[in-house]
Design a protein around this ligand. Structure first.
Ligand SMILES: [Zn+2]
Length: 316
């Protein structure tokens, strides 16, 4: 008989990913769904339908769920999901009434980090910090081979370390000058808007049909790749702030590897080497000599791989 696979599900505010993953990390029957509704009953029903589909034709060893938001993984509770209209959902207990297999839930950024450790860019390292550069900035920390979760399970909020207290930009968390207001995809657009205030000639504006509200990270990236001076300056600016964030991470965690993921990592070569140089210069010895920065390799599937690792008992 073939080895049982894990059913991995990654629940986000706009989409839900799912797939079967073997112990060796082979993914199959990967599916993507739109998140139908942010209400609790609708979400539970949708998850039950997804699970029903898989277990009707497969024997699975367990279900691992990655969830965006604060999670108490020991109790199986989704505490504060920012994209949904509920809190304190006992998700493993509710699904466990119908499905008689082990069910686990954990924060999606933690599981993405675990996924990269077991099947991705950080395979041979026990000292890893993952930084996800998307619209915001997420993070996960592995030390001595284990996730660092903190007292409430909500550690590793790397995006909310304050690196520019004089900033006028208020973060979603309520503070000013958080890392994610300075070095995320949204920050890149903000930097571009300030440099384009007087409407200088730039490919960014050409791509955005001259409209500020149409400016996106991918447009800025494309303009930079085509040699646009302002776009290149935007990335220089971004790299300085990313460099400050990386310096703090290198000093505090002394990682062997920093794995950079998220949509903005598509522009990796335009700003990460420069940011790495800043950290290499500004952090303390011996931390600054030994760390490496690498690009995440699992993309959107990192959370699924981490969820499967949880099922296979590699949670630590
Ligand atoms: Zn913040």
């Amino acid at each position: 008989m073939s080895e049982k696979q894990a059913l991995a599900i990654d629940v986000g505010g706009t989409k839900i990913l799912s797939g079967l993953i073997s112990k060796k990390g082979i993914i199959s029957d990967r599916r993507t769904f739109s998140t139908k509704n942010t209400l609790v009953d609708a979400l539970v029903l949708q998850l039950e339908e997804i699970i029903d589909y898989y277990i009707s034709s497969n024997e699975i060893s367990g279900i691992g769920i990655a969830f965006a938001g604060t999670v108490d993984y020991k109790k199986g509770i989704v505490i504060e999901p920012p994209n949904f209209s509920f809190s304190n959902l006992k998700i493993t207990e509710i699904l466990g009434k119908k499905f008689k297999v082990p069910i686990f839930v954990e924060n999606d950024a933690n599981l993405a980090t675990l996924g990269e450790k077991h099947h991705g860019a950080a395979k041979n390292s026990d000292e890893v910090v993952m930084v996800t550069l998307g619209t915001g900035i997420g993070g996960g920390i592995i030390s001595v081979g284990k996730l660092i979760r903190g007292f409430n399970g909500s550690a590793a909020e790397l995006g909310h370390m304050i690196i520019d207290p004089d900033s006028k930009v208020k973060c979603g968390c309520g503070a000013y000058g958080c890392f994610e207001t300075k070095a995320s995809g949204k920050a890149l657009v903000r930097i571009a808007l300030s440099k384009l205030e007087n409407k200088p000639k730039s490919l960014i504006l050409d791509y955005a049909q001259g409209k500020d509200e149409y400016i996106t990270g991918p447009f800025i990236t494309e303009a930079a790749r085509n040699g646009d001076k302002i776009a290149l300056q935007c990335f220089v600016h971004l790299s300085r702030w990313l460099g400050i964030g990386l310096t703090n991470i290198v000093n505090i965690f002394n990682p062997e590897l920093i794995v950079l993921g998220g949509g903005l990592a598509n522009a990796y070569d335009l700003f990460v080497p420069a940011a790495t140089d800043f950290a290499r210069k500004d952090a303390m010895s011996p931390n600054k000599e030994s760390f490496k920065v690498v690009k995440a390799v699992l993309g959107d599937d990192a959370g699924l791989y981490g969820a499967a690792a949880m099922v296979f008992g590699r949670i630590e």
